[in-house]
Design a protein around this ligand. Structure first.
Ligand SMILES: Nc1ncnc2c1ncn2[C@@H]1O[C@H](COP(=O)(O)OP(=O)(O)O)[C@@H](O)[C@H]1O
Ligand SMILES: [Mg+2]
Length: 219
């Protein structure tokens, strides 16, 4: 049985956009025809509640897990049958055992980063951890994903503040947009917001394409 692709979304700080990125990516990947599952590893259960708030149903199966680390591997093995891609939404700490376990299982690690000084500093630690894991597991792909980018900032501004990192910065970024916050309220994704979500949806489409490239798959 082929293994699902595992995408781990992690960061040191809360509020960086892990759950937002996880849920939107799930929506975009599901639209591309993949069977998507999310495992909520954060005791705050944001992803789980997000999907539970969905009136139209969420496009990915969301479950929570607090038996680690052997439990995660066992659950992923089981999911290989039902999911092409599994997204792991991590707690806001790189010391948390769930984050470490999720990174060990990842094919791709994504780190949402708000281009502000505090977020950039805290990202240094995440990067160190990922580079450490990559040293022994060359197959692990990782990238930083700019989030809450102000549209008044030109793209090169973001790159300028993020150039001190060793990990690549994805070209696809998420802007600061009401649609992203609004999608949590409806328990869905920006794809369900109609015209109000169309620009956000285009950003997620671009993100999906880049993430699939990292997993080595075709769109
Ligand atoms: N690109 C964005 N535009 C607007 N609001 C955002 C964006 N990304 C995240 N948010 C909001 O910021 C808050 C924290 O995001 P969340 O995804 O829960 O972060 P984390 O999971 O890293 O703690 C939420 O209220 C979310 O709606
Ligand atoms: Mg979260």
């Amino acid at each position: 049985m082929a293994k699902s692709r595992v995408i781990t979304v992690l960061s040191q700080k809360g509020g960086a956009g892990k759950s937002t990125l996880t849920m939107q990516l799930a929506g975009g990947l599901a639209r591309s025809g993949r069977r998507v599952a999310i495992i909520d590893l954060d005791p705050q259960e944001t992803a789980l509640r997000w999907a539970q708030a969905a009136t139209e149903g969420f496009p990915a199966q969301v479950s929570k897990l607090d038996v680690l680390p052997g439990g995660l591997r066992a659950v992923l093995k089981q999911m290989a049958r039902s999911a092409d891609i599994v997204l792991l939404d991590c707690p806001p700490s790189i010391e948390h055992p769930a984050t470490l376990a999720a990174l060990q299982e990842a094919d791709v690690a994504l780190v949402p980063v708000v281009p502000s000084p505090a977020d950039l500093w805290s990202t240094k630690g995440v990067e160190r951890l990922i580079l450490q894991v990559q040293a022994s597991r060359k197959g692990l792909k990782a990238a930083l994903v700019p989030n809450r980018v102000l549209r008044t900032n030109l793209a090169w501004d973001v790159l300028e503040v993020m150039r001190d990192f060793t990990l690549p910065v994805l070209g696809a970024a998420l802007s600061q947009r009401n649609a992203f916050a609004q999608s949590a309220v409806i328990g869905g994704t920006v794809y369900q917001l109609g015209r109000a979500g169309s620009e956000a949806a285009r950003e997620v489409d671009k993100l999906v394409a880049e993430v699939l490239k990292l997993t080595g798959e075709k769109l």
